[in-house]
Unconditional design. Structure first.
Length: 86
């Protein structure tokens, strides 16, 4: 198991009522997409906020990333809504 820091921003943070969380990932969870799926398995508001059909951006080590990005010990994964500008 590896330990990482999760960060949630803007409306994702508001819906989850959580801005940060330290977690130990199960051995089978190794990518950012797998982390998202693992969090959805908590059910309830987690599934409603991060589940399929929800548009959520992801970052690893403060860089935008895709679901296939592999994570490592002690790093940060963030979830946030898409940002639009004018």
């Amino acid at each position: 198991m590896i330990k990482i820091e999760l960060r949630f921003f803007a409306s994702v943070r508001e819906k989850l009522n959580c801005s940060t969380e330290s977690v130990e990932l199960p051995d089978e969870v190794a990518t950012v997409g797998q982390i998202r799926h693992w969090l959805v398995q908590r059910g309830g508001i987690w599934a409603d906020t991060l589940g399929e059909g929800q548009v959520v951006r992801m970052a690893y080590r403060q860089q935008m990333c895709d679901a296939d990005t592999t994570v490592s010990e002690g790093q940060e994964v963030a979830f946030f809504p898409p940002v639009t500008g004018g």
